[in-house]
Design a binder for this molecule. Structure first.
Ligand code: NAD
Length: 499
């Protein structure tokens, strides 16, 4: 059995806690590796060593730090296929989708190359007689990234790139379900010239996370995962005086107006609802057609498209639409929620419950499901299912559809399909959700904008990547300097306006 490791001080280090988690191949259901789960002592030693390495790295000029990122970009491109292959084998997503996972992370590394510009402070010349004021963006020190299973390349890269280029040392605690790609990325960063110790990849579960939260050395925590854990980490981090941004779960609604192109809307829904087996925080899980006629026509178009979906292992070719879900427990949870939908009276229009794939009977495959006539009191509406299950909630009017999306506790992403500019503008302006698509089903902003949900989908003030990441991973120091020409004789006892 392959035994994975931690990445400490630029070396592979065996786990010493004696605790391990299984890493599956979700397509076959086989355990392909075991990953060590770090103890407090292992985590604290790695953090201490990162703190030592951070001193010189923080003092390295931003252009040199950016050059490491430039080389990192080339190396990721060089190894793209290998990274995507390992990613698919541990996560289960298709090979083209795995490349997309790496690519969307890579774009944040490309953005990070702009650090010398993004880290420039502010300067006021002659704020008073002989007085200049300037602000500096300084690294925080040692920061931690805690990441989920569903984007094992993209989200670790979102955490590492901006934090490192700002001059911090990073402790990355990736998901224990698919930890190999983050370990590969750490090796590439070393090859790109990152000094040893500046990035430590420490595997683990709740124990490792708690060691991060209790460490007085860690200055900031960037978390992505489910909402209960996001909230827990946000509260613990605040209690121990750390800066925190914690992104959680989602239930993304797509509103389909009567004037929308329904073929386009159906295509968009199928891709956004079932791609990556629905294991995306930006997946559309609720379709909200406005008006009975729109709903009937939409369902009529969705059913044949969903029945045609090709579900299979990533090795079965690039025309596979989606693969298995990540674990047997995830599969069981999805099927339990589907059953609750049936029991609570929703209409199961496409039933994937008996899905089985010859030769892969032990894999964690889930057939596609489509529900119609779902109501807001049902568990399948309230809960994030994180599987290939699309629920349709029929709304009578635009206002009712808007109110539905606004009343849900999650606020990550949403979309509207319409040909009417006024409706689209009104929707974008009024909706209380962080990322909005207009005729775009998965509105994930590009690297130079920022990514973040509202309500229970995000805790903390600043978003991920884009300019916000540079604010999150630095603190501002403001210097007021007065030179002799402006200094008057005698003490000054009152606050004065600058003259
Ligand atoms: P998860 O919350 O189970 O795990 C996320 C991380 O937290 C992992 O590193 C895990 O080891 C750690 N963790 C798990 N249980 C913990 C505990 N009790 N205490 C401390 N740490 C713990 O999430 P997941 O299943 O890996 O990922 C799927 C979830 O992530 C979904 O809810 C999805 O919507 C969400 N997600 C959100 C975004 C976003 O940007 N909002 C992006 C991707 C995924």
């Amino acid at each position: 059995m392959k035994e994975l490791y931690h990445w400490i001080d630029g070396k592979e280090v065996k786990g010493t806690s004696g605790r391990f988690a299984d890493v599956y191949n979700p397509a076959t259901g086989e355990v392909q590796a075991k990953v060590p789960l770090a103890s407090d002592a292992e985590m604290n030693a790695a953090i201490a060593s990162a703190a030592k390495a951070q001193v010189a790295w923080g003092a390295t000029n931003p252009q040199r730090r950016a050059r490491v990122m430039m080389r990192f970009v080339d190396l990721i491109n060089r190894d793209m296929d290998q990274l995507a292959e390992v990613l698919s084998s541990e996560h289960g997503k298709t090979f083209p989708d795995a490349k997309g996972d790496v690519q969307r992370g890579l774009e944040v590394i490309e953005f990070s190359i702009g650090a010398p510009h993004l880290l420039k402070g502010e300067f006021t010349d002659s704020a008073g007689p002989g007085i200049d004021i300037f602000s500096m963006r300084q690294p925080l020190g040692v920061v931690a990234g805690i990441t989920p299973f569903n984007f094992p390349a993209m989200i670790p890269l979102w955490k590492m790139g901006p934090a490192l280029v700002c001059g911090n040392a990073v402790i990355l605690k990736p998901s224990e379900r698919d930890p190999s790609v983050p370990l590969m990325l750490a090796k590439l960063l070393q090859e790109a010239g990152l000094p040893d110790g500046v990035l430590q990849v420490i595997n683990g579960d709740k124990g490792a996370v708690d060691a991060i939260l209790h460490s007085p050395v860690i200055q900031a925590v960037g978390f992505v995962g489910s909402t209960p854990i996001a909230q827990y980490i946000y509260e613990e981090a605040a209690r121990t005086g750390k800066r925190a941004q914690c992104f959680g779960g989602a239930k993304n609604h797509m509103i389909i107006m009567p004037d929308a192109d329904l073929d386009q809307a159906a295509d968009a829904l199928v891709g956004a609802g079932y791609g990556a087996a629905g294991e995306r925080c930006m997946a559309i899980s609720v379709a909200v057609p406005v008006g009975e006629k729109t709903a009937d026509a939409l369902i009529e178009r969705l059913v044949p498209r969903i029945e045609k979906l090709k579900v299979g292992p990533y090795t079965a070719g690039d025309d596979v639409d989606y693969g298995p879900v990540v674990t047997k427990a995830a599969k069981e949870n999805i099927l339990r929620l589907v059953q609750s939908g049936v029991d609570q009276g929703a209409e199961l229009v496409v039933d994937g419950r008996d899905f089985s794939l010859q030769g892969y009977e032990d894999g964690f495959f889930v057939g596609p499901h489509l529900f119609d006539r779902v109501t807001p009191d049902m568990d399948i509406y309230k809960t994030e299912i994180f599987g290939p299950v699309l629920s349709t909630v029929r709304a009578k009017t635009y206002e009712e559809a808007l109110d539905l999306a606004m009343s849900h506790e999650y606020g990550n992403g949403t979309a509207i399909f319409t040909r009417d500019g006024d409706t689209a503008r009104d929707f974008a302006s009024r909706i209380n959700i962080g990322m909005v698509g207009i005729n775009v089903p998965i509105p994930v902003p590009l690297a130079y904008h920022t990514f973040g949900g509202w309500k229970k989908s995000g805790f903390g003030d600043l978003n991920q990547h884009g300019p916000d990441a540079f604010r999150f991973y630095t603190r501002t120091k403001t210097v007021t300097a007065r030179w002799p020409s402006g200094i008057k004789e005698g003490g000054e006892f009152n606050f004065k306006a600058m003259d």
